[in-house]
Design a protein around this ligand. Structure first.
Ligand code: MG
Length: 223
């Protein structure tokens, strides 16, 4: 095995070990963690704003990963009980060790949170390989990105536990064909439900909230 491959393997193994520690800690705290992945601009932060208001805001925490700036963290800071910003300084994904540090900062053992939402760096490729210790992986696509993206970026959609199709209110205007997404998903991921929604208008949000509450109720009995 070449040294380069060896190094990559070690990085991933170390990340997986840290992710496992995160998951055990979160379970001990009764806190459900979600790792939200998507392209930039698909609406992760808007989704979180609307979701947290509809859940109990005082029992939701957010970890926001961004290349630069604290803009997203500032948007959710007034809604969530606790927010931690991670600037990756150019890094294209979050790692389990960054999330471990964020959980420490949130004082997760005493924070009394039901949900931790991890907004990953907007990128459809790099975050896929990195388990953060989440219980569920959320992959989001939005209609302006085009209906061909599931097949093109299959590594993001394949490991997802739930798939959100955001900005569904624009689908007619953008000639977005949902059946194309369903067809591509049927080839790579048949276990994750596809939820069509619009974080902006509220359409479909109840289905997403029900999914979250159900996942929270099953915490500890599944993954
Ligand atoms: Mg964002």
């Amino acid at each position: 095995m070449s040294r380069k491959i060896d190094v990559v393997k070690n990085v991933l193994e170390a990340n997986d070990e840290m992710a496992l520690n995160n998951r055990v800690l979160l379970e001990q705290c009764g806190c459900l963690a979600l790792n939200i992945t998507s392209a930039p601009g698909s609406g992760k932060t808007t989704l979180l704003e609307k979701t947290i208001v509809d859940l109990n805001p005082m029992r939701s925490g957010v970890i926001v990963g961004d290349l630069q700036t604290a803009r997203d963290a500032e948007r959710v800071a007034h809604i969530a009980a606790a927010v931690v910003q991670i600037n990756t300084e150019g890094g294209c994904h979050l790692s389990a060790s960054q999330v471990a540090a964020a959980l420490e900062k949130l004082d997760i053992r005493n924070a009394n949170l039901d949900f931790i939402f991890i907004e990953n760096v907007g990128n459809m490729v790099c975050p896929s390989d990195f388990d953060l210790g989440e219980h569920y992986r959320v992959a989001m696509l939005s209609t302006p990105e085009g209906d061909d993206k599931v097949a093109k970026y299959n590594t993001m959609f394949q490991p997802a536990d739930v798939i959100l199709l955001n900005k569904i209110d624009l689908s007619v205007m953008l000639h977005f064909d949902v059946s194309c997404v369903r067809d591509d998903l049927s080839k790579i991921n048949t276990r994750a439900p596809l939820i069509e929604l619009s974080a902006q208008t509220g359409e479909g949000m109840q289905q997403w909230l029900d999914w979250l509450q159900n996942a929270k109720a099953n915490l500890g009995s599944g993954k």
